[in-house]
Design a protein around this ligand. Structure first.
Ligand code: DQA
Length: 142
């Protein structure tokens, strides 16, 4: 499987930002962990703090990848533009979160992207990505 893993705003601060919630490993370590787990798959990683850059990447993705796993960070909760980009995308997209967004501040329990994603995994730290990719693989017929 060839898939794109997208991380949104502030996820480049993983390891430094609220380690009690997001863990103490960096984004680079997360990406290495994912790659070592899914050795046989071709996974590419993209992080951006900018809404438009994430939208551009989603729009280009269907030509290059079979699926996407996205942690849209805080954009999850209010970006209708990312929501629309996901809806228009022709490949399956799985939403993931490190933390259990349903058990935190009220605004985090709303995801405007869930309804256009194939599924959501939240609350398992780095394992959320492993599980999200597992789910994505199950949707892609080789
Ligand atoms: C997050 C949860 C969001 O509410 C937050 O803004 C993030 C990270 C998570 O992975 O738990 O940046 O998406």
């Amino acid at each position: 499987m060839k898939a794109l893993i997208i991380n949104g705003p502030n996820l480049n601060y993983l390891g430094k930002r609220k380690p009690e919630i997001y863990g103490n490993r960096s984004l680079e370590e997360l990406n290495e962990y994912i790659n070592s787990y899914y050795k046989k798959d071709t996974l590419e990683f993209f992080q951006s703090n900018h809404e438009g850059s994430i939208i551009d990447k989603i729009q280009e993705a269907s030509l290059k990848y079979e699926g996407i796993v996205i942690n849209a960070g805080a954009f999850t909760h209010y970006s209708y533009a990312i929501r629309d980009a996901i809806e228009a995308c022709e490949i399956p997209i799985v939403e993931v979160h490190l933390s259990n967004v349903a058990a935190r501040e009220r605004f985090r329990s709303i995801s405007v992207i869930s309804e256009v994603c194939q599924g959501t995994v939240a609350g398992f730290g780095m394992e959320s990505y492993i599980l999200g990719i597992r789910g994505l693989k199950s949707l892609i017929v080789d």
